[in-house]
Design a protein around this ligand. Structure first.
Ligand SMILES: *Cc1c(COP(=O)(O)O)cnc(C)c1O
Length: 347
């Protein structure tokens, strides 16, 4: 086979295997579907659309709405079907990708697919941000920094982000703060880091907005950076039906607050319960999931699955030996998880 670039050989697939289970806590999804009245309104708007027509070239109408809602210049907003696609576009455009290890696996995957030089700096013990090593390693290119961090759930301190933003400015690089979990930490780093051409923010509708299946995310950046990213993406990239859903959601964003409030409270409840576990150790989380260290990830995973509870193994990542990731689901789902978790301890 001589059709594809040789660097794509041996590219590992995205680490996800789909399994069926009654209690699904493996993908950091919202446990709630979009509220029915909003879903019905979105369907009505979809039905009114002319499906034979292309949507707007770069979702101009929605960008205008987002811009008004967030107080961010319209030219600095890029909408795409999923922030994963924006990560790929940024990785394609980047001179180099800088990453943490462990981190959200799609950054590395996108860099490798793009054939972009890639480096990762290990987290400190206890999952702290390795600021000194990062300041040294960040010499240009794009640095993807999830904050709150996946897969550990850690929230990095403001001062560190500020130092990294200054470094980005100094070296002419781009710091991309991925705020996929921001609704669960209640943080917004835009005010702190400002509208520098060297800082951008990634956001998604997949988590607190409960639209994982719809595929939508956006980038907030300096207009010039946004323009460069739009040029890498194909035209008309945001489907018309996705646009119809987003229109409704942006007119009624309040429900996402309720989802986030539920998740935060339930996360803390489950965290406290897990502190009483004789062998498992939960890490504090600012996201919609809990990272839990067990003596044996494979055994813990299989035991939970036998009890109908599907979680995600994280033990193949550096520093995460024995770790599982549990999405915060419905109260009864979390009770099923806790029952199974405590059973394994006394088996
Ligand atoms: C879930 C998640 C996303 C969301 O990706 P989408 O393509 O918008 O669904 C982005 N970044 C991180 C770190 C995530 O965990």
């Amino acid at each position: 086979m001589r059709a594809f670039k040789p660097h794509l050989r041996g590219l590992a697939p995205y680490p996800y295997a789909s399994l069926e289970a009654p209690v699904k806590l493996d993908q950091n999804e919202s446990p709630f579907d979009l509220p029915p009245p909003l879903k019905e309104e979105a369907l009505r708007r979809m039905a009114r659309l002319p499906w034979n027509r292309y949507p707007e070239i770069h979702a101009e109408g929605l960008r205008k709405r987002l811009s008004a809602l967030l107080g961010w210049p319209e030219e600095g907003v890029v909408l795409a079907p999923g922030s994963n696609l924006l990560i790929l576009a940024l990785a394609l455009a980047a001179e180099e990708v800088l990453d943490l290890s462990p981190s959200f696996p799609h950054y590395a995957h996108a860099a490798r697919a793009a054939g972009t030089p890639y480096r990762a700096v290990p987290l400190l013990e206890g999952f702290g941000l390795p600021l000194e090593a990062l300041l040294e390693a960040f010499t240009g290119g794009v640095f993807f920094l999830p904050n709150p961090h996946a897969p550990t759930g850690t929230l990095f301190p403001e001062e560190a982000l500020k130092a990294l933003a200054e470094r980005a400015e100094e070296v002419g690089g781009l710091l991309v703060v991925d705020e996929a979990y921001r609704e669960f930490s209640g943080t917004d780093f835009r005010a702190l880091l400002g509208a520098s051409p060297h800082v951008a923010f990634l956001r998604t509708f997949s988590k607190a907005f409960s639209l994982g299946g719809i595929r939508a995310g956006y980038l907030l950046a300096h207009p010039e950076v946004a323009q460069a990213v739009r040029e890498v993406l194909p035209p008309f990239v945001l489907p018309a039906h996705t646009g119809a859903v987003l229109e409704v959601v942006l007119e009624n964003p309040g429900y996402a607050e309720e989802v986030a409030a539920y998740v935060r409270a339930e996360r803390e409840r489950v965290y406290r319960r897990l502190l009483e576990h004789p062998t498992w150790r939960p890490y504090p989380s600012h996201t919609n999931f809990l990272l839990v260290r067990t003596p044996d990830a494979e055994e813990a995973f299989r035991h939970l699955l036998r009890q109908g509870v599907l979680v995600r193994r994280q033990d193949r990542y550096p520093m995460l030996q024995g770790c599982l990731r549990v999405t915060v689901g419905l109260r009864e789902e979390m009770e099923a998880f806790l029952r199974a978790a405590f059973e394994v301890a006394y088996a």
